[in-house]
Design a protein around this ligand. Sequence first.
Ligand code: NAP
Length: 249
Amino acid sequence: MPTALSGAIVITGGSRGIGRATALACIRAGARVMFSYQGNEDAARRTLEDCWALAGSDGISALRGDVRDENHVSALFQQARSRFGAITGVVNNAGIVAPSMPLADMDIERMRRVTEINVLGALLVARQAARELADGGSLVNVGSMAAKLGSPNEYVDYAASKGAVDSLTFGLSKELGPRGIRVNCVRPGLIATDIHASGGRPERIAELGPLCPLGRPGQAEEVADAIVWLLSEASSYTTGAMIDVAGGR
Ligand code: NAP
């Protein structure tokens, strides 16, 4: 039987990649979805239209903004609540990589940007989730296998930022457990999305995908399936967990 969801789900970075696949999967599972995006209007419009095609225009909305901005984050949740009612799930997904290089060559602006979006942004979204998630709700943080692998000579700053997402998950799951709110982390491996090109390595999927133990890169939909499971009652006794969706990497 397909997984069923109810209530309102907030997804950051829902215009493209894993966030987009998650928005579509949540709509298919019966939830209403409020997603954010940073600036790609065309991509956001495509995701909205594809969700409308599945379930009509009443159950999906989007807000442009930056997860580094606490006012944007609170507006995102406020709009979700006023349009769709109680927030039952949050997917803390927005994140970036930067061009590959050894740590010794990185400048402070790049490290600040990666850290602010991936760590401060994730903390702001998790804080809002802690304030606004209905008791019994579910927060899914999107980390990365990079937290374990370390990404040497590619982006150690990114790997460290995702290590922080792991720690956020462990700590907040303990804080929110007494309210019945579950906090988990999905750690994707090498997934075919735009993120590799935006980090200056469009060839990364074709080069590294065949080297994964499963012999191929993953698809955003395969990560979305794990996220929907964690949002749903099917995972009712799972909290503080790392779910690696990484083809054995
Ligand atoms: P993607 O295809 O590049 O999509 C990124 C999404 O995040 C877009 O919707 C983008 O909005 C949004 N975004 C970026 N910066 C933002 C900001 N400052 N504020 C708000 N939204 C922002 O990325 P993806 O591959 O789906 O990655 C999603 C998550 O999975 C990230 O946390 C990433 O670290 C993690 N992950 C990905 C992989 C992989 O191989 N793809 C592996 C491990 C972990 P716009 O469309 O408006 O730019």
